[in-house]
Design a binder for this molecule. Sequence first.
Ligand SMILES: NC(=O)c1ccc[n+]([C@@H]2O[C@H](COP(=O)([O-])OP(=O)(O)OC[C@H]3O[C@@H](n4cnc5c(N)ncnc54)[C@H](O)[C@@H]3O)[C@@H](O)[C@H]2O)c1
Ligand SMILES: CC(C)(CO)[C@@H](O)C(=O)[O-]
Length: 328
Amino acid sequence: MRISIEMTDSERPVIAILGAGAVGLSLAGKLAGAARVYVLCRPAHADAIRERGLLMAGIWGDRTVEGIACIAGPEDLPPSVDYIFITAKGTGTAAICEQFAGVMREATVVSLQNGIGNEEVISRYAGSVIGGTVTTNFSVEGPAQVRVKSESGPMMLGVWSGGDAAAGLDRLIGIVRAAGIPVERSPDIRAGKWAKSLLNITVNPLCALFSVPVGATADDRLRGVIAHLVHETFAVMAAEGVRVPWATPEAYLAHLFGVQIPDFAAVYPSMYYDIKMGRKTEIDLLNGYVAALGERHGIPTPYNRCIADLIRFRESAGPAHPTDEALS
Ligand SMILES: NC(=O)c1ccc[n+]([C@@H]2O[C@H](COP(=O)([O-])OP(=O)(O)OC[C@H]3O[C@@H](n4cnc5c(N)ncnc54)[C@H](O)[C@@H]3O)[C@@H](O)[C@H]2O)c1
Ligand SMILES: CC(C)(CO)[C@@H](O)C(=O)[O-]
């Protein structure tokens, strides 16, 4: 299927997507059906988008999307932007906020990033902040070429901070839904970020350390480690007053092994690609975050601390495989 987007339609909302990787490019491909989309792209993706459009494959549809505008900085954006999505890794949030600080002051900024702490950083720059989670697997297959492989729930969006966030959220949910992305309103997005992080705290580092897909973490020899990671995280969440949809660690473990791991069995999580490409991971926003909070509350978190240290060591050892720097 070939989709052309009419870019002269001034009625369409204007959306900027900052970070054109697996999530950002896939989001751009879908949102282009309902909005004027501007994407902050590295040159390899920008050149390919200008030359032949964005190639999408997988469960969000097979298509070539034209009409996406690639930008190199805030100066390339139109004067008024309705929403800014941040889809860079958490390691790049502060730098992107600095670069786009002028535009963010007036905009509603949405984070779809994994881990805890991004919205706090964004709130220091943005007029309004919407927190988000996306429990879907995306990967970059080549320049401006993405595949959406599996999904285990809708995108969740909820008010984080700022006076205009509530009104902006209703409109945004309408736009995302019109674009064909499953999305729901989160009544408590702070808890929602923790709920999503449970999956990333358990499977992401193990898959990254051992170069295995998500399904491999159901191995009997890893289940005990995962159970400790979950118990520690629940203790820290309780101390923080965070209430996730599962009342006990056991209830979440049943969901993890019964639903989420089977849903993502064949795919590799984002941290696996970071290690493969020799990039810094989001471990400080996941297991490292749990360990740091545990220390503050006097809660022992030896499993999360150990996993965080193993990942930090693995990061310092460089790429796992030859890397295509142009796409990183
Ligand atoms: N990949 C997934 O399946 C998945 C699913 C759910 C959530 N997430 C989360 O979404 C976020 C994005 O993940 P991803 O897998 O798309 O990462 P990614 O590394 O594929 O993409 C991020 C992109 O942002 C770009 N970028 C970062 N800073 C930039 C800057 N200052 N200027 C220009 N470009 C910049 C990088 O070059 C990279 O291409 C992460 O927080 C991740 O944990 C990923
Ligand atoms: C859902 C998930 C584990 C699957 O890719 C994703 O959050 C990721 O890759 O980090």
